[in-house]
Design a protein around this ligand. Structure first.
Ligand SMILES: [Zn+2]
Length: 474
């Protein structure tokens, strides 16, 4: 039942190429896996990575996430399953002392959090969130300061739900605590829950997710007609509609969730719009401003206060930055280097280009003669061709993260994340800027600024003459 019941074997990175000091880092630790069962733990970790990288929003931001597994052996296989919570009474001597039945609820699977946090910090010091993979097919998990999940059917769904708690502070959106027949859960207590995805207040003006509610959506959107029970009716509005649906945060009534369903309510569903936005926002890491000196003989990163800067690199031809990080060209060869996160540590990732653009999850290159656009794979010096000739490329958070101009007409095309597949979205401009919400265009004569409406080639004028435009977290 203690750390004498096993051994920490070591850590292995199994996903991600983000610089270690900027990554959102998930550490998976095994419990209840004997020395002979480590392969099963490794397989479970691989399944977790696959599920995570296929699930929105992680499928878009997954490359900002590094995932490590920490192999830990336990004397016995499994976890404690006390009879008092309806379990078999099984006990297992495991390193993190995992046990079902917390608060008398069998599916609440907990462990020794302080041992987990100490082990994670010792193995992967920059970890953001620690998740314990428990070697049992009994359904269970929990999401406190440490997340846990078992290897029941749909295990990866449990894991993604628990990450919602542990890494992103999301609440359970289901309307009961122990089970649907319990008493004492008819009405949510007064007072607003702190979590971003549940509320007791449905006034349109003060609703915490009001930014994503259409003016035509009724509030509340669905009210529970019988507060003695969980409302199990199907949705009265189309799936994905954001409003206020009664029944959330362990109570049948007087607590509301943003959509009819969500992975924080019922496994197997996508995250709702509010949970998606919370995950996106909290996965992004702090951005830094960097500068190339006037003589181009050194690269500096601003320290964040006063006038203090840290020298992080030597001479460079040009520097480019974005959500994915910082890259610089070699002043003589033109080769591209990525800043790895430690001063003066740079990794060679590619050859010369006419220009580069850093997106949220990788870097894009325009070939020296501008006849093709390439996307960095994240590995070594490997790049994939994704488009033909382009005049200029711009990367950012909007859409699939990349737009380019036509060499002949100057027209703007958006990359659709499929090789050689681009969509015409606008006419020529003197400059473009890719923001979080849209693409912006300065006209060829610089007499007006336009914002892309998001469909066809429809743009709205939003400003008059400008010398130049840029987009950033301002
Ligand atoms: Zn949700």
């Amino acid at each position: 039942m203690t750390t004498s019941d096993g051994t920490v074997q070591g850590h292995t990175q199994i996903h991600g190429t983000a610089p270690r000091n900027r990554a959102f880092t998930i550490v998976l630790l095994g419990d209840g896996f004997t020395a002979a069962q480590q392969t099963a733990f490794n397989t479970a970790c691989t399944q977790f990575v696959t599920a995570l990288t296929l699930t929105p929003p992680f499928n878009r931001i997954g490359r900002m996430i590094n995932i490590w597994r920490v192999n830990v052996t336990s004397t016995d296989s499994g976890a404690d399953d006390p009879v008092s919570a309806g379990g078999t009474g099984a006990t297992a001597r495991t390193y993190f002392d995992s046990r079902f039945g917390e608060n008398g609820i069998r599916r609440l699977l907990v462990c020794n959090n302080s041992t987990v946090l100490q082990t994670a910090a010792a193995q992967v010091p920059e970890f953001t969130v620690a998740l314990v993979v428990v070697n049992s097919t009994i359904f269970g998990g929990s999401g406190g300061s440490v997340g846990t999940y078992s290897l029941a059917d749909g295990a990866t769904e449990i894991a993604l739900h628990e990450i919602g708690h542990t890494a992103y502070g999301l609440a359970d959106e289901y309307a009961f605590y122990a089970d649907e027949n319990e008493t004492g859960h008819d009405y949510h207590p007064f007072g607003e829950p702190a979590e971003p995805n549940v509320t007791t207040r449905t006034e349109r003006t003060s609703l915490k997710w009001g930014w994503t509610v259409a003016g035509t959506t009724a509030l509340p959107t669905m009210s529970n007609p019988n507060c003695a029970k969980v409302d199990t009716r199907p949705s009265t509005v189309p799936a994905g509609r954001v409003g206020c649906f009664e029944g959330a945060h362990y109570y049948h009534c007087r607590a509301f969730r943003p959509e009819h369903n969500c992975k924080m309510r019922e496994l197997g569903n996508p995250f709702c719009q509010v949970c998606l936005q919370v995950i996106r926002a909290r996965t992004k890491r702090a951005k830094n401003i960097c500068a190339l000196t006037p003589m181009k003989d050194a690269v500096y990163r601003y320290d964040g206060s006063g006038t203090s800067w840290t020298r992080i690199g030597d001479a460079a031809g040009q520097i480019y930055a974005g959500g994915w990080g910082l890259v610089a060209t070699n002043p003589s060869s033109g080769d591209l280097y990525r800043y790895v996160g430690t001063p003066n540590l740079w990794e060679h990732i590619g050859g010369a280009g006419a220009s580069f653009a850093v997106g949220t999850d990788t870097v894009y290159a325009l070939t020296p003669n501008k006849d093709a656009v390439y996307r960095y794979t994240g590995m070594g010096t490997s790049w994939t061709k994704i488009g033909g000739p382009a005049g200029q490329i711009y990367a950012g958070e909007w859409g699939r993260g990349l737009v380019s101009t036509s060499t002949s007409t100057g027209d703007l095309r958006a990359y659709l994340d499929i090789a050689d597949t681009w969509r015409l979205i606008g006419v020529a401009g003197s400059a473009f800027a890719v923001a979080t919400d849209s693409v912006y265009r300065l006209t060829p004569t610089k007499d007006a600024v336009y914002r892309y409406r998001g469909w066809g080639i429809s743009w709205a004028k939003i400003g008059d003459a400008a010398h130049s435009i840029v987009a950033g977290d301002i």
